[in-house]
Design a protein around this ligand. Structure first.
Ligand SMILES: Nc1ncnc2c1ncn2[C@@H]1O[C@H](COP(=O)(O)OP(=O)(O)OP(=O)(O)O)[C@@H](O)[C@H]1O
Ligand SMILES: [Mg+2]
Length: 441
């Protein structure tokens, strides 16, 4: 596997190329971004070192090819590069040794040593096996798939599984979380923009649909977009062409669409928040992923899978689950679903000294705390009330930090904010960092 280097400065490229050769690796140098873009491929490159003058290339590389490790180099702010998707950032001027060190770490990371772990899809439960049967039939077709399920149930894993088994598997897989991007920016994220389309559009930028050409686009949390954008999305799905913001000529794009939601989309339609015609376009094949508590036969196989995964990543011996630990896992409600189970196992692996993971080790890790399950709930309590109590007590336990609470609850910050608004108009809790980049409501 080669290491791509892209920098407009020729002498930087020459120096880095030499350093890579000295390390016994194969460099693949570029000063021109178009040449880089047409050459880059996860089949031949494991790492891309990219000048942060090309922040859009950093972003695009990471979005299309998650398996390529991206090292950003240059004078920009580190956080900006990491947000764009870079795995590392080296501020210019940096020492040859710093560069070697970063490459050394990446070359020896698990990801560089073979196909990524992302591929694993555990399904022991009967309900999940049925879903796999359907996926195997649907994947090779061009049909749109709508995946519904609570947060953390594995919707994204399923979307990747479909792409991997599709005829488009050698093409890009491009995901976009529609809840995470303010509505005002979404249109240009999805469809791109032409240079000069608005203040700040210094260069033409291609959007997610174009990036997904000949591949699959995943519209994550599709119910979160405004009515205006729903209309535009519908047109794209019907006509298979997109309009970059500020452009006059539409561009034909060949994509397959997979979307996900953790909301009750049928209710959104009934209440007029989501277009029915768009729903029909997206929901050719509906997949409903059950919550983890409704597929208990998956719990232990998933736990074993995560034990092996952590052991491999950390270079540790695999540990086993004691019978009591298994009982604890099986009797918990898993509000955060598979994601929560993964976190619990990871923590237990790291905190357990011996070979056996105890019940105590796993219950300490449970995010809601085991008490939440055993708390007496009177018959007649509505799910709405339970949810509200859980949300408020989680918030309390993290002193009102919404980011932490959302992660503990296994929901998006946006969903949390919507719930809080629903409960009380304006909430007493604040978390500036979480709210700053959210869409206006
Ligand atoms: N069947 C599975 N086999 C292996 N790993 C799984 C499986 N389901 C989920 N996971 C793991 O659990 C975590 C959460 O899964 P994923 O991101 O697909 O959930 P999601 O439904 O998309 O959640 P959200 O609604 O919050 O986006 C991931 O780390 C994923 O790798
Ligand atoms: Mg997801």
């Amino acid at each position: 596997m080669a290491i791509a280097v892209l920098d407009p400065d020729k002498s930087t490229v020459t120096i880095l190329t030499e350093l890579i050769e000295e390390m016994g690796e194969t460099p693949c140098p570029f000063t021109d971004k178009d040449k880089y873009l047409s050459a880059i491929s996860p089949k031949s490159h494991s790492i891309a070192v990219i000048s942060d003058d090309f922040i859009d290339v950093i972003e695009g590389t990471k979005q299309v090819y998650q398996s390529i490790d991206v090292v950003a180099i240059g004078g920009r702010d580190r956080d900006e590069c990491i947000r764009a998707g870079a795995d590392h950032h080296l501020k210019k001027p940096f020492l040859a040794d710093e560069f070697r060190q970063v490459l050394h770490v990446l070359l020896h990371s698990a990801r560089a040593q073979g196909p990524s772990e992302n591929g694993a899809f555990i399904a022991a439960d009967r309900g999940m096996r049925k879903i796999i049967e359907i996926l195997d039939k649907v994947a090779p077709t061009q049909a749109a798939v709508l995946i519904q399920g609570e947060s953390g149930t594995g919707k994204e894993v399923i979307a990747r599984y479909i792409h991997r088994l599709s005829k488009r598997s050698s093409g890009p897989y491009v995901g976009i979380n529609l809840a995470a991007i303010p509505d005002t920016l979404l249109e240009s994220e999805l469809f791109g923009y032409e240079k000069g389309a608005f203040t700040g559009a210094y260069a033409t930028r291609i959007g997610k649909f174009e990036l997904a050409n000949e591949g699959t686009i995943l519209l994550d949390e599709v119910t979160e977009i405004s009515m205006g954008l729903q209309a535009k999305l519908l047109r794209v799905l019907q006509e298979r062409q997109i309009d970059r913001v500020g452009s006059k000529a539409p561009i034909a794009v060949d994509f397959r669409v997979i979307s996900t939601t953790n909301r009750d989309i049928e209710e959104d339609i009934r209440e007029g928040r989501f277009r029915k015609d768009l729903y029909f376009r997206l929901n050719v094949i509906p997949i409903k992923v059950p919550p983890l508590r409704a597929r208990r036969d998956d719990i232990v196989p998933l736990a074993s899978h995560f034990i092996a995964k952590v052991a491999k990543r950390e270079g540790m011996e695999e540990k086993f689950l004691t019978p009591e630990a298994k009982d604890a896992l099986l009797s918990y409600s898993w509000p955060g679903n598979v994601r929560e189970l993964e976190n619990v196992i990871e923590r237990s692996m790291i905190l357990t000294d011996g070979a056996g993971i105890t019940a105590e080790a796993v219950t300490i890790g449970m995010e809601g705390g085991p008490n939440v399950m055993t708390e007496h709930v009177a018959v007649g309590t509505t799910i709405h009330d339970m949810e509200k109590r859980l949300i408020m007590s989680t918030l309390e336990s993290v002193e009102g930090n919404r980011t932490k609470a959302a992660s503990l609850l296994g929901i998006s910050i946006r969903t949390l904010r919507n719930k809080l608004n629903e409960y009380s108009g304006k909430s007493q809790f604040s978390d500036a960092s979480a709210d700053e980049n959210s869409a206006p409501e």
